[in-house]
Ligand binder design. Structure first.
Ligand code: SF4
Length: 176
């Protein structure tokens, strides 16, 4: 049976906010699980849900997130744009509160007509977003919870996980 998918960004943001406490509690619950088991569940749901969502029609991550640039991203992007690393840094980059390099504006300055204008040279962080294919997701659950209000893939994967691992096993609202 197909998993029901929500793609309306307004609904996703509203529901993710309403369920924020619940999402954090589910994160705590998942941290008690075997890491490999959580990876297997998330990877299965990601493979099932991601093809049902058109990232290019969405583009919400490029409007709402600040990707981190590292390990050759700056050089790759400046070469693609035909400008120096210094020029790229001056025009488009900034340091975030953690000292990481990111874009200096939101939405991303390279988002044009809801598409990435530097697609071939986009940072690695953009390429791997929403990161649900990675290992050791249990260590990344904070980012997953934050991304629930931004990315329809993350929202739907997390909701389905709650359904499979929590609600279907008799979880009650007051349980912790
Ligand atoms: S570089 Fe491209 S993919 Fe990355 S945030 Fe900007 S527009 Fe989106």
């Amino acid at each position: 049976m197909d998993i029901p998918i929500t793609t309306d960004l307004e609904v996703i943001e509203k529901v993710a906010k309403e369920r924020e406490d619940e999402n954090w509690r589910f994160r705590s619950y998942l941290k008690g699980y075997d890491t490999d088991e959580v990876d297997a569940i998330i990877h299965r749901l990601y493979e099932e849900i991601a093809p049902q969502i058109d990232c290019q029609a969405c583009g919400n991550c490029c409007r709402a997130m600040h990707p981190i640039l590292k390990d050759g991203d700056v050089e790759h992007l400046s070469a693609h744009l035909g400008i120096s690393d210094d020029e790229l840094t001056k025009q488009y980059l900034a340091e975030d509160d953690d000292g990481d390099t990111t874009f200096n504006a939101k939405p991303c300055p390279f988002l044009e007509d809801n598409s990435c204008s530097v697609y071939e040279a986009r940072p690695k962080d953009c390429r791997s977003y929403p990161h649900l294919h990675k290992k050791d997701i249990v260590c990344r659950l904070m980012g997953v919870v934050f991304n629930c209000s931004v990315c329809p893939i993350v929202f739907n994967v997390y909701e389905q996980m709650k359904q499979e691992l929590w609600f279907s096993r008799g979880y009650l609202e007051d349980d912790d």
